[in-house]
Design a binder for this molecule. Structure first.
Ligand SMILES: [Zn+2]
Length: 81
């Protein structure tokens, strides 16, 4: 497992060390991705987070449309009586 961040329910960022460098001295000393700089690692995490949030928004939009259809159906049934 490589070093990565998790987000708590409060939106707090928590680093999960995956190598001795990070565990002992912090993310600046991560040896999981020797080809990447600390900034590159951060940028990658940022892009991943944005991607995940966009997917979540899409899911919510779909759910919203679905719920709206149900509401429309229910209000139609009611007005018929
Ligand atoms: Zn690491």
């Amino acid at each position: 497992m490589k070093c990565h961040y998790i987000y708590t329910e409060d939106g707090e960022k928590v680093l999960i060390p995956g190598c001795m460098g990070t565990a002992a001295m912090g993310i600046e000393n991560c040896t999981c991705r020797p080809e990447k700089t600390f900034a590159g690692f951060e940028r990658e995490r940022y892009n991943e987070t944005v991607k995940a949030l966009r997917a979540e928004i899409k899911d919510l939009e779909h759910e919203n449309a679905y719920l709206n259809r149900i509401i429309k159906k229910l209000t139609k049934q009611k007005s018929r009586k």
